[in-house]
Design a protein around this ligand. Structure first.
Ligand SMILES: Nc1ccn([C@@H]2O[C@H](COP(=O)(O)OP(=O)(O)OP(=O)(O)O)[C@@H](O)[C@H]2O)c(=O)n1
Ligand SMILES: C[C@](O)(CO)[C@H](O)COP(=O)(O)O
Length: 267
């Protein structure tokens, strides 16, 4: 029997940086709340069997009403104080699922995740226990300490992570069990938890999309409103001519003996 596949839509934040009176995932772009866009992408995908929504405390009834038309949504639960806490809440809700379940954690704040990105994550989960989505950086990225450049990793080895991030449930559970026992736990994503607490688990990186932006700051709401009206437009990476079809090794690709990722190459 094929393994179950669950998409967890993480919508437990308040959107402090956007600064709207309601959590940013409830803001409408293209005539629909950001959260509904994210749920719709997974609900419509044939490879996804179930969708679990994790919502900001105090807003669960609103999210439940918004999720009601989507047939694959099996629950709308309350999130934690942090994104990590909301993932923990989701893992609790999935306690009865078998360890080979595929689970995809997605930021509700990324309304324009599309089927090809989800396809790539699901395909990579056939061979890997953990999968990240990345896009090449067009900026030079540096590490700064005390206002001075401390190091400059070569740009071709860097990528920006997006979501969904996919895992075999047993793997992400094991990583979180270790993480929760660590008083110094700090993480900005779920792959970070697996990378830190299960360092021997290779994390496959597959190509994301420039449209898959995270609505984080007020300007992103404006960009999202524009993108909502441009479905089907070419991705920024391809119009810029950066897609070469070659693979590029990245520091994010922790595959032992990695031959590279599926990311387009930038120089
Ligand atoms: N306690 C939290 C915090 C964040 N998230 C979710 O994680 C995703 C990425 O987080 P972020 O963009 O930081 O959202 P917010 O925490 O809402 O934003 P801010 O940091 O500006 O308050 C969002 O979909 C957000 O709803 C969550 O599920 N639970
Ligand atoms: C998971 C993530 O979207 C990958 O880029 C990012 O780390 C979330 O960060 P945030 O500060 O919670 O928005």
């Amino acid at each position: 029997m094929a393994a179950q596949t669950v998409a967890v839509v993480l919508a437990g934040g308040v959107g402090q940086r956007v600064g709207s009176p309601v959590p940013k995932q409830l803001i409408e772009v293209g005539g629909r709340p950001i959260l509904a866009h994210a749920i719709a992408a997974f609900d419509a995908h044939p490879g996804i069997g179930e969708v679990l929504v994790v919502m900001t405390p105090g807003h669960v009834p609103t999210a439940a009403a918004l999720a009601a038309p989507f047939s694959k949504v099996t629950g709308v639960i309350e999130g934690g104080d942090t994104r990590t806490g909301s993932t923990v809440a989701a893992l609790g809700a999935l306690a009865g699922h078998p360890g080979d379940t595929r689970v995809l954690f997605h930021d509700a704040a990324r309304p324009f995740v599309d089927a090809p990105v989800i396809d790539r994550v699901l395909a990579a989960l056939e061979t890997h226990e953990a999968v990240a989505v990345g896009v090449p950086s067009s900026d030079t990225i540096v590490m700064v300490e005390d206002g001075l450049v401390a190091s400059m990793p070569p740009r071709a080895s860097l990528c920006r992570f997006q979501t969904p991030q996919g895992f075999r449930l047993a793997t992400v559970r094991a990583a979180y069990d270790l993480a929760l026992a660590d008083p110094g736990l700090r993480a900005t994503d779920d792959c970070g938890i697996v990378h830190r607490y299960l360092p021997d688990v290779p994390i496959r990186v597959v190509e994301g999309s420039e449209r898959n932006l995270k609505v984080t700051h007020p300007l992103d709401v404006v960009v999202a409103e524009h993108l909502a009206g441009t479905a089907g437009a070419p991705d920024a990476g391809t119009t810029a001519g950066t897609t070469t079809g070659t693979t590029t090794g990245t520091t994010a690709d922790t595959t032992a003996g990695a031959t590279g990722t599926d990311l387009p190459e930038t120089t």
